[in-house]
Design a protein around this ligand. Structure first.
Ligand code: PLP
Length: 385
């Protein structure tokens, strides 16, 4: 019998996916708060632009790097919103932020080198490191500081073997917006080690309590920073699969070359949709932003009202990382909440060692469903042994 490679077989399924599958098989009304995607529709003007593009013949391949107008739309938005200056040649349009991350890891991490990320952390980075024949190292951040970036811990974990450091801010799963000075220190240390910093900023536009800042703006050694962004979360466009990777041409040129053999280019139609999203009216995105912020406030209030439950204040993204104050893994508790109380949360164990015993709640759902979800969580915690 032929055998698939170790490279693919060693990839583990995340416990988030386990909950998703259990929920799909469950009969009865469930409040689904495990899903990390906006519950809004893509804005009308974006859909109209895509329809026009498809009817107008934009149905073929584009160049590997993407349509010039799409690269310019990304460049201009990054400059307008975060004051970071990328040239058109420094931007590749990708199949979602996921492809951007995959390409960034492939291009920055040699076999045996490490991808270092502060924990708790999004599980895909470990898989991407493994697919690049690299290793993944989670550096647990202090829970008592709300999982904010601790530069000393990160710097201590970095060395000759570091290929890339991933900074996800705002964070999935904690919603934490990392301290700017800590980010600066980590970027400088990475640069000193000749490593890259992959700045996963797919949630950057969803920053609630302060002005969003891009990591590329934190250093005068920008050749070490690879910026990952996406239309998915900001414009409710997860299914369009449209993101980007921005960085110095010494790396971007390599990425443009290598992706010829993977996806070749992002969907032509989706690139036209992205141009409309990025350069058209921002009002729909602002309305979604305000809705997420209101729900964030609701979540904070509800968590405070439940005995034995706490979470770091989500400062961005649409996640609250709940601490139900239990011993051990959260998967049994997540299963109990699903089967006995009809509410689905993602077990924190899926986000690494630092997430053990926690539950990630996504507030990308209506206020009414969030309220209902919290009622069920409250009842479920009261009956959990
Ligand atoms: N980065 C983080 C932290 C995410 O949570 C996600 C999606 O959930 C992505 C990147 C990629 O999103 P997309 O490929 O839809 O742009």
């Amino acid at each position: 019998m032929p055998t698939p490679t170790d490279r693919v077989r060693r990839t583990k399924r995340s416990s988030i996916r386990v909950m998703f599958d259990l929920a799909e098989r469950h009969d009865g009304d469930l409040v689904r708060l495990e899903v990390g995607e906006p519950d809004f529709d893509t804005p009308d003007h974006v859909i109209d632009a895509a329809m026009r593009a498809a009817r107008g013949g934009a149905t073929g391949y584009t160049s590997n790097a993407g349509l010039p107008a799409c690269r310019d739309a990304i460049r201009e938005r990054l400059a307008a919103d975060y004051d970071v200056a990328y040239g058109r040649e420094e931007i590749v349009v990708t199949v979602g932020g996921m492809e951007a991350l995959h390409l960034a890891v492939l291009a920055s991490v040699s076999p045996g080198e490490e991808v270092v990320a502060p924990g708790p952390t999004w599980p895909n980075y470990a898989t991407q490191a493994s697919l690049a024949d690299g290793r993944f190292r989670e550096v647990p951040m202090p829970a008592e500081a709300g999982f904010d970036l601790d530069a000393d811990r990160m710097i201590e974990a970095m060395g000759e073997e570091t290929g890339a450091v991933v900074l996800t801010t705002p964070s999935n799963p904690t919603g934490r917006v990392f301290d700017p000075d800590a980010c600066r220190a980590v970027v400088e240390a990475a640069a000193d080690h000749d490593a890259y910093v992959i700045a996963d900023e797919v949630y950057l536009a969803l920053t609630y309590d302060r002005e969003p800042e891009a990591i590329a703006g934190y250093t005068d050694r920008p050749e070490h920073v690879l910026t990952v962004g996406s239309c998915s979360k900001t414009y409710a466009m997860t299914g369009w699969r449209l993101g980007w990777l921005a960085g110095d041409t010494h790396l971007i040129d390599e990425v443009v070359k290598v992706r010829e053999s993977t996806t070749a280019c992002a969907s032509n139609i989706a690139q036209h949709a992205a141009i409309a999203a990025l350069t058209g009216p921002q009002k729909p995105a602002e309305e979604m932003y305000r809705a997420f912020k209101r729900r964030r406030d609701l979540v904070v209030d509800r968590v405070e009202s439940i005995d034995g439950l706490s979470c770091p204040r989500p400062e961005g993204a649409f996640y609250a990382f709940l601490d139900p104050d239990i011993d051990g893994d959260a998967l049994p508790l997540a299963k109990h909440l699903l089967t006995e109380h009809g509410v689905v949360l993602a077990p924190g164990d899926g986000f690494g060692e630092a997430g053990r015993g926690r539950l990630r709640l996504s507030f990308a759902n209506s206020s009414a469903r969030i309220e209902e979800g919290f009622d069920r969580v409250e009842a479920g915690l009261a009956t959990y042994e």
